[in-house]
Write a protein of this length. Structure first.
Length: 155
């Protein structure tokens, strides 16, 4: 595994990304923007599903999930590119492990929430218990992902 990680971070792409005056900043900006879209939209959707903002119509939330999945794809690609730039350090980082675990779980929880949005009656004020649990857990997991991701710069 160590040899693979080392070869990734010694690749021409990783070298270009770190030595280029625009490579890393552009990729990190795209990653941050994608994350803001994913977390921001899912926070609104989760709060609506929890019944905290009943004034937001469910119908308005449905098309936003396409935006979430598109932004997540941007984050997946840019996250892999950022990983390549310092693969050995990220692979051995507990904060990286926490971040990736939290993101994977939060994205998995977006599926039942999206299913609820698709199938729910437009007049519904809040969702069934399991969907509310998914929405509440999603908020906590995104907070964990954001915090651990930020801590990666320092530890």
């Amino acid at each position: 595994m160590q040899a693979l990680l080392q070869s990734l971070q010694e690749s021409q792409f990783a070298t270009w990304m770190l030595e280029s005056s625009y490579g890393y900043p552009v990729i990190l900006t795209l990653h941050t923007t994608g994350l803001a879209v994913v977390v921001g939209v899912l926070l609104l959707v989760d709060l609506r599903v929890l019944g905290k903002v009943p004034a937001l119509p469910l119908q308005a939330m449905r098309p936003l999930m396409t935006l979430v999945w598109s932004a997540f794809l941007v984050n997946l690609v840019t996250g892999l590119l950022i990983f390549v730039s310092d693969a050995e350090r990220y692979y051995g980082s507990i904060n990286f492990c926490i971040k990736i675990s939290a993101v994977l779980l939060a994205i998995a929880l977006a599926v039942p929430v999206q299913r609820y949005l698709r199938d729910a009656d437009a007049a519904a004020v809040s969702a069934p218990g399991g969907v509310r649990l998914a929405a509440g857990s999603s908020i906590a997991l995104w907070a964990a992902a954001l915090i651990s991701g930020r801590l990666m710069a320092y530890f």
